[in-house]
Design a protein around this ligand. Sequence first.
Ligand SMILES: Nc1ncnc2c1ncn2[C@@H]1O[C@H](COP(=O)(O)OP(=O)(O)OP(=O)(O)O)[C@@H](O)[C@H]1O
Ligand SMILES: [Mg+2]
Length: 402
Amino acid sequence: MAERVLIVEDEPDLRYVLTRQLRGDGYELDTAVDGEDAIQKIQQNEYAVIITDMNMPRKDGLSVISAAREFLPEAEVIVLTGHGSLENALQAFKAGNIFEYLLKPLDDIGLLNTLVARAIERRNLKRHNRQLFEQLQQAYEELKQKSEMLVQNEKMSAIGTLAAGVAHELNNPLTAVVGFAQILQEKLKNNRPLNWSEDEYQRVLTAVENLVQGAHRSRDIVGSLLRYARVSRADVRSLVDIHQVLRDAFVFTEHMLLRHGIALQKQFAPDLPQVWANPSRLQHVFTNLLLNAQQATPSGGTVTVRTERLEDPKGVWVHVEDTGCGIPEEDLPHIFEPFFTRREDGTGLGLSIVRQIVEEHQGEIRVWSEVGKGTRFSIFLPATEVYQLTPPETPSIEAQSA
Ligand SMILES: Nc1ncnc2c1ncn2[C@@H]1O[C@H](COP(=O)(O)OP(=O)(O)OP(=O)(O)O)[C@@H](O)[C@H]1O
Ligand SMILES: [Mg+2]
């Protein structure tokens, strides 16, 4: 596309001479008869070079130069003036991008062709630099996002390892606590110590009952932590019972929901097929969704987790639904983007990691939401029968030769 050049000159003869001089150089030439006319054209067209007179009726050359700087910051200006003074020149250079300051009459009008060509070169170079700078900035932003996600994933796996260590250490003493609590309960149930009143005896029985329950719950939590941490590598997969993954996620989240006055409803479908997955990654998915649901739902609300089997394609749907504040329509396209958050202490990484994990499992995630009513996240995980028949540790001959 030809570069556009604007010639601003109120003197018709000179305007004609300048136009004729540049006509053969392949530019798209435009003329303006005064400052006002020039400013209008500058606002509407993409000029590469503007050649302007200084003294003109209806807005002078300085106004043209300022308009060029405002609307076409990369354009180069060549000043052609009959009133050259140091002061005028300084004013012009202060007002904008002056490439050259020439005095009328021009001794050698052929100089104009060279100057315009050089001005265009400089303008294109500036433009190229700006584009490079923008690309660089974009690359930097992307790199920053990726590195922050890496750090976050790294932190998560560090926490996982720590949790596994603690869980492992707790396992032995806990087994003892559970066992002794049960023995104590059985012994006490059968005979009341003689020196205890009936009232005292009943109170101790209730306390021991709580002890047994608490010990069982602690053992469940430790078990979930161990299962969660055991397969922390993203690519380790096995046949997974989604209900077990959900129960493990509840161990971490149910008490938190209850503490916030939110009821947790579980509607588990019978005969759910197993999926080929990484259970700890999936647990991460549901824990995140439950955490988000809790953060969005006021006291008195309900969070429902429902599973559903699908025949074609074979797989499992898990719906996590809340009666919370809902997501505004304009937010919906962004919630899976890394660092998108509406919460003051949020990192905005939760859902982006959720989506990443679901995609790793060739699954699908959908969201439905209505402001003031609630939100439902639905996750589909395919039950890949091929894998169920051929565990990947011993690939079949067909699979190897394929
Ligand atoms: N169940 C929900 N109800 C209403 N809004 C939600 C729900 N889940 C997510 N959102 C919206 O999507 C945003 C992004 O969620 P995401 O889990 O990615 O980040 P976060 O919860 O803000 O921070 P983080 O999970 O890192 O602590 C939230 O800030 C919130 O605005
Ligand atoms: Mg979150």
